[in-house]
Design a protein around this ligand. Structure first.
Ligand code: 2IP
Ligand code: CA
Ligand code: CA
Length: 379
């Protein structure tokens, strides 16, 4: 299944191109950032465009993966629905058509006949990424497409995407907000057990081309199945466990009781805040933070599946926080690791796929144990 990984890396790069095009091409950018003024129809249309970027990316990924691996076509899920209501109240199913011009014609019906914007989007969808080479030669992945499902978050950290704040990243430092928090997330899980086995993360806005060619991205991948554990990120150097507490990344909306408990363990300077659920797990993957703690069910399967696979490949994982606080077992193969194949019982709509017990993402299980012991006393 190295072919699947190769395809996911390519299609994630194409998705990143679409995300960049929407910010770089004036006719699309205007739609993306337009002030919500004017009549109701206009307000709704502008709101819709933000969702359209997500829908288009998700459908493109679904289309490309389904074309190469038809056994997977019915098991490709994502955050968005492809049913879209245009400004006239008509319901349009957004799909990727056979040709660029057919896709452009379909998109024009959702874009209130803005043919220029529709053509630019269709071009990005149908264009194969240039100069995109990945070196995964020799990687053997013992999986077959008929046992796999996929979760897609076409754009994670949408608010940062719309806001568009440009931060210059410093190597080895976590930057709390900005375009670099935006990620394309594609996670692959085993249909039978829900275990995450492969993940691709594309960061479309990693740095600006010094020669003035616009934004450049970065990609990360991981595979974890059986005895195969491989990741594009090397495990960060393990520091000797000393007096110092672990560094923790949180959402700025995290509860005070959690912030206070963790602050007493780590010291306030080791608590950092960042936007984007995917970006926070990426920070743990890259060693910019030791753990990510979230006490609420505000993330979904599509947020965590891809980065979870990378963490597993590095020897870490993502557990359900509530279940782990109640259990006695805190090892990597703990029964409280998040799984991706079953909806939450008794929930409706997107909530069916929420990580309802909150989560804790870690690279090193000794850090997981320390955090759980601290929170168990306080929550
Ligand atoms: C969001 C996004 C938010 C995150 C939220 C996710 O996904 O990642 O940033 O909140 O949990 O569901 P926070 O930044 O407070 O962690 P999306 O942007 O795809 O809606
Ligand atoms: Ca998300
Ligand atoms: Ca999203």
């Amino acid at each position: 299944m190295a072919e699947l990984l190769r395809l996911l890396l390519r299609v994630a790069e194409k998705a990143a191109n679409v995300a960049r095009v929407c910010r770089q091409e004036a006719p699309l950018f205007e739609l993306l950032v337009q002030e919500k003024t004017g009549d109701d129809k206009n307000k709704k249309f502008v709101q819709d465009f933000k969702t359209l970027a997500d829908v288009v990316i998700q459908e493109m990924i679904r289309h490309d993966v389904g074309a190469q691996f038809p056994e997977m076509a019915d098991f490709i899920h994502g955050e968005e629905s492809n049913k879209f209501e245009n400004g006239l109240g008509e319901c349009v199913t957004v799909t990727v058509c056979r040709t660029e011009s057919e896709t452009a014609a379909l998109l024009a019906t959702v874009l209130d006949s803005n043919h220029m914007a529709a053509a630019l989007l269709a071009r990005a969808i149908h264009q194969d990424p240039e100069n995109f080479e990945v070196n995964i030669d020799g990687l053997a992945v013992p999986l077959s497409p008929s046992e796999l499902g996929i979760w897609i978050d076409p754009i994670d950290a949408t608010s940062q995407y719309i806001e568009g704040y440009e931060e210059v990243l410093v190597e080895g430092r976590l930057s709390p907000s900005g375009l670099h928090c935006v990620l394309v997330l594609i996670g692959v899980f085993l249909r039978s057990t829900g275990e995450p086995v492969m993940g691709v993360i594309n960061q479309p806005f990693n740095h600006k081309d010094p020669a003035g060619g616009g934004w450049r991205g970065k990609h990360f991948w991981g595979v974890s199945c059986g005895s195969t554990n491989m990741c594009s990120v090397s495990p960060p150097r393990k520091e000797a466990e000393g007096e110092q507490g672990p560094s923790v990344v949180l959402s700025s909306s995290e509860k005070k009781v959690v912030k206070d408990a963790l602050s007493s363990l780590c010291g306030p300077e080791k608590l950092v805040y960042a936007s984007g659920a995917g970006y926070k797990i990426l920070c743990v993957i890259l060693g910019l933070a030791d753990v990510y703690v979230l006490s609420e069910g505000s993330t979904f399967k599509w947020d965590s599946c891809a980065p979870h696979a990378l963490l597993r490949a590095l020897g870490g994982g993502v557990v359900d926080l509530t279940k782990t606080l109640q259990s006695t077992c805190e090892t990597q193969n703990s029964p409280t690791e998040l799984v991706y194949h079953q909806p939450c019982t008794g929930c409706k709509g997107a909530d069916r796929w929420a990580n309802e017990g909150g989560l804790l993402a870690y690279r090193d299980s000794s850090q997981l144990c320390r955090i759980i012991r601290t929170l168990r006393d306080k929550l």
